[in-house]
Design a protein around this ligand. Structure first.
Ligand code: ADP
Length: 212
């Protein structure tokens, strides 16, 4: 797979070829007021990526294929549910000490806190560090006291695509998002945690896509 963001000159070449096909490299060079040698690498990239077709002695044709970043195209078709991991979940009354132990045992950076079956909050490494240097008694204080709570939690649904997940992670400056589904509990709409999507999931996927 070739992953290319075209430069502005490459995009200009595509426009020229689209308008005037078939067109030779000499003619393109004259329009752009550059030498043929300058254009050679651009034309090589454009033909390799499938945006242009070169026919000997005739010139360049526009293939009509979208000259889009293929990595982005593939990523758009991958849903959160395909790459999410199992979440680490505790209830609000668990002590900070036990939550820290859970974080180590489960080798995770974020723990999702639930109350009566629905998402109540998130605790991360920084929350524990901040409270530890603040001098709290980690054995006595429940995790519910130190977590970031609803409705300030950024979540994602199963059917959303992974670009939407990545954008939320970047924009909200968090390491992970709870994957949730809507449930009705006691007549109220709540969010049930069913997974986790983190920077690691997205990085692993990125590596896989680049290998193809
Ligand atoms: P770390 O503490 O390891 O740097 P984060 O960057 O994810 O991890 O957490 C930073 C802060 O954001 C913490 O206070 C945490 O409670 C909060 N947080 C983590 N994930 C979310 C989320 N999905 N929505 C809202 N807040 C979050």
């Amino acid at each position: 797979m070739i992953v290319i963001e075209f430069t502005s000159r490459q995009n200009k070449i595509i426009d020229i070829v689209q308008e005037r096909e078939p067109i030779t490299s000499q003619e393109i060079a004259e329009i752009l007021k550059v030498t043929r040698a300058t254009l050679r690498p651009d034309l090589a990239i454009l033909t390799m990526s499938g945006a242009l077709d070169a026919r000997p002695k005739v010139g360049y044709f526009y293939t009509g294929k979208p000259h889009m970043n293929m990595l982005a195209q593939q990523a758009k078709n991958i849903k959160v549910k395909e790459i999410m991991s199992l979440p680490t979940v505790v209830t609000e009354d668990v002590s900070v000490y036990n939550a820290i132990v859970t974080m180590f045992l489960e080798d995770t950076g974020a723990i999702y806190v639930v109350s009566n079956g629905s998402l109540a909050g998130v605790v991360s490494r920084k929350d524990f560090l901040k409270n530890a240097i603040g001098g709290i008694d980690v054995n006595k204080v429940p995790v519910g006291m130190v977590m970031t709570r609803m409705p300030n939690i950024t979540t994602i649904f199963l059917e959303e695509n992974i670009i939407e997940a990545a954008i939320k992670i970047v924009n909200h400056e968090v390491d992970s998002l709870p994957v949730v589904e809507k449930v009705t509990i006691d007549g109220k709409e709540k969010l049930k945690v069913i997974g986790k999507i983190s920077k690691s999931n997205i990085t692993k996927l990125f590596v896989e896509l680049c290998k193809e």
